[in-house]
Write a protein that binds this ligand. Structure first.
Ligand code: COA
Length: 484
C-alpha cells in the first residue's frame, strides 16, 4: 500500500513536472505566435521597406497588364496614365484602321495626328479584328493573360463582340473590366456621348459663361479626360481590392457623373439658393435677382473670396494679357496700398468684406487701372511679395515654352518615327518612387508580332496561320510552298 502510494506520488510528481513543462512550451509558442502576428500587423502583411534608392524599386504599376480597347479621348487618357505609372498597356486596334483619331486633325501628311499621339504614349499596339473568329480566339487568350480590360465603346459594343462580363469573368475571374459610358443606367444609357454633350449634361455648361450670354463649354476636357481620370482611380482601387478578394469586378464611369463630380460646387450653390441670394456672386452686388437655378458666374471666384479677370499692359494686342486677381480679405490693406487707394483700408464702404460685396465692380475697375500699367508677369511678381493670390492667363504658346514645366516632366518632348518630335503632357501625378515612363505612341500594329510571340507565346506556325486568316491584318496570300 505504502509502496504503491510512493509510486503514485512519484508518478503524480513527474506528471505535474511534464504538465508544467508543456504549459511552458505552450506559453512560449503563444508568445512566439503573438510576436509574429504583431510583426505582421505592424507591417500590415507588406514586405520589408525596400532599401533600394528612390525611383529604383520598379514602377508603381509594374507587372499590371492592361488590355486596352479604348479609342478617341476618354478611355485613352485613362490607359495612358496607367502606362505612365508603369503598366504594360496593350492597345487593341482594328486592322488597317486603328483608333479613329490617328487620322483626325492631321497636321503632318501620312503621320499619326497629335490627337492620337498625345493620348496614346507609352502603349503597345496590336491589330485584331474582334469580330473575326480567329481574332476572338486571340482576344480570349489575351483576356487570360491580362489584369484589366478597359473600353469606351458605345453601349453594347463590347457585348456584341462576345466580350460580355460573364464571358470574361469565366475566362479570367481576376480581371477588372473598366468602362467609360456617356450616361449611367437610366433613360439615356444607350446614347453615344462626346465631350461637350457630357459638359452640358453634367451641369457644367449651365453654370459657365456670363449671365447675359448663352451657356458655355470649357476648353479643359472635363468630360473626356476628366472621366478617364476617374476611371483610372476606379481601376487601381479595384486592383487593390483584388489583393484581398482574389477576383476582379466591373468599374463604370459615366461622363455625366464625372462632370458633375467636378462641378459639385455648383450643386452646392443650388442648395444654398434656398437660404437666400449667393452673396459671393457679383450679380448680388449688382442687385440682379437670382432665379431658381445656379446661375452662370462669369469670372467670379468659386470660393468665398471675390475675384475677377483683369486687363494687363498690352491687352489691346495680346488676347492673353490678363490676370486673375483675388481680393482676399487678409491682404486687403496691401491691395489698397498697391493700387493707390490707402483710404479704402478704413473707409466703412470698403474696409470689411461684407461692405465690399455690393461694390465689387468699382473695386475691380480700380484694381484694373493699376494692372493695365503692368504686364501680367509684373503684376504676379509684385503681388506674390504681398501674398496676394493672382494668376496670369497663360497662353498655350507660353505653356509650351515654359522651362519649369519641362523641368518637372509635365511637358515632355518625344521623338516619333513618322512625324518627328512633338510635345506631349507627361504625368501630372508625381510619385517619388515611380518616375513617369513617357514614351512616344505606337504605330498601328507596331507590336502585333511581339505580343503574339512574347505575351501569348504562340509558335511561328500559329502566327503564320493567324496572318493569313485576316484576323490581324488584311488577309495575306499564303506563300507558294505553304499553299501547295
Ligand atoms: N475589330 C472589329 N470591330 C471593332 C474593333 C476591332 N478591333 N474595334 C471597334 N470595333 C467596332 C465596334 O465593335 C463597333 O461595332 P458595332 O457597333 O457593330 O458593335 C464599332 O467598331 C464602332 O464602335 P463605337 O464605339 O460605336 O464607335 P463610334 O465611332 O460609333 O462612337 C463614341 C464613338 C465615342 C460616340 C462611342 O464609342 C461612345 O459613346 N463611347 C462611350 C462614351 C465615350 O467614351 N465618349 C467619349 C469619347 S472621347
Amino acid at each position: 500500500m505504502a509502496a504503491r502510494s510512493k509510486f503514485a506520488k512519484a508518478k503524480s510528481k513527474s506528471a505535474a513536472k511534464s504538465k508544467s513543462a508543456a504549459k511552458k512550451t505552450a506559453k512560449k509558442v503563444i508568445k512566439l505566435k503573438t510576436k509574429k502576428l504583431a510583426a505582421r500587423a505592424n507591417g500590415k502583411g507588406l514586405p520589408r521597406p525596400s532599401s533600394k534608392p528612390w525611383g529604383e524599386a520598379g514602377r508603381a504599376l509594374e507587372g499590371v497588364k492592361i488590355l486596352d480597347f479604348t479609342h478617341v479621348q476618354s478611355g485613352p487618357t485613362c490607359t495612358q496614365l496607367l502606362a505612365y505609372m508603369g503598366a504594360d498597356v496593350i492597345k487593341v486596334e482594328r486592322p488597317g484602321i486603328g483608333d479613329i483619331t490617328r487620322g483626325q486633325l492631321r497636321d503632318v501628311k501620312g503621320a499619326d495626328s497629335l490627337y492620337f499621339t498625345m493620348l496614346n504614349g507609352s502603349k503597345r499596339s496590336i491589330t485584331i479584328d474582334s469580330k473575326h473568329p480567329k481574332g476572338k480566339e486571340i482576344l480570349d487568350r489575351l483576356v487570360k493573360e491580362c489584369d484589366v480590360l478597359v473600353e469606351n465603346f458605345a453601349p453594347g459594343a463590347l457585348d456584341r463582340m462576345g466580350l460580355t462580363f460573364e464571358h470574361i469573368h469565366k475566362l479570367n475571374p481576376r480581371m477588372v473590366v473598366a468602362s467609360v459610358k456617356g450616361f449611367g443606367p437610366g433613360p439615356y444609357e444607350d446614347c453615344k456621348v462626346y465631350e461637350n454633350v457630357a459638359q452640358c449634361a453634367g451641369g457644367s455648361a449651365s453654370t459657365t459663361g456670363f449671365r447675359d450670354g448663352p451657356p458655355l463649354v470649357t476648353g479643359a476636357q472635363i468630360g473626356d479626360s476628366g472621366t478617364g481620370l476617374h476611371l483610372a482611380l476606379g481601376i487601381v482601387s479595384a486592383l487593390y481590392q483584388r489583393v484581398r478578394t482574389g477576383r476582379g469586378q466591373k468599374v463604370l464611369c459615366a461622363m455625366q457623373d464625372g462632370v458633375l463630380n467636378l462641378a459639385r460646387v455648383k450643386l452646392r450653390d443650388q442648395q444654398r439658393l434656398k437660404a437666400g441670394p449667393l452673396t459671393e456672386y457679383s450679380q448680388y452686388g449688382e442687385g440682379v435677382p437670382f432665379g431658381k437655378a445656379t446661375p452662370r458666374a462669369g469670372n467670379d471666384s468659386g470660393g468665398g473670396q471675390p475675384g475677377w479677370i483683369l486687363k494687363c499692359k498690352g491687352w489691346e494686342e495680346d488676347p492673353d494679357a490678363y490676370i486673375y486677381f483675388i481680393t482676399q480679405a487678409p491682404v486687403w490693406s496691401a491691395i489698397c496700398d498697391l493700387i493707390g487707394k490707402p483710404d479704402w483700408k478704413t473707409d466703412p464702404d470698403f474696409a470689411t468684406p461684407p461692405a465690399r460685396l455690393p461694390r465689387l465692380k468699382q473695386i475691380f475697375a480700380a484694381i484694373e487701372e493699376w494692372t493695365t500699367t503692368k504686364t501680367k508677369f509684373e503684376v504676379m511678381e509684385i503681388c506674390n511679395k504681398h501674398d496676394i493670390p493672382v494668376g496670369p492667363i497663360l497662353s498655350m504658346k507660353e505653356i509650351a515654352e515654359e522651362p519649369s514645366l519641362r523641368a518637372t516632366g509635365t511637358v515632355v518632348e518625344v521623338d516619333h518615327p513618322t512625324r518627328g518630335r512633338y510635345l506631349t503632357v507627361g504625368n501630372p501625378i508625381k510619385l517619388s518612387d515611380s518616375p513617369a515612363d513617357v514614351r512616344r505612341s505606337p504605330l498601328l500594329g507596331e507590336h502585333t508580332d511581339e505580343i503574339l510571340r512574347k505575351v501569348l507565346k504562340l509558335s511561328e506556325k500559329e502566327i503564320a496561320d493567324i496572318k493569313v486568316s485576316g484576323a490581324i491584318t488584311a488577309p495575306e496570300k499564303p506563300a507558294k510552298a505553304e499553299a501547295a
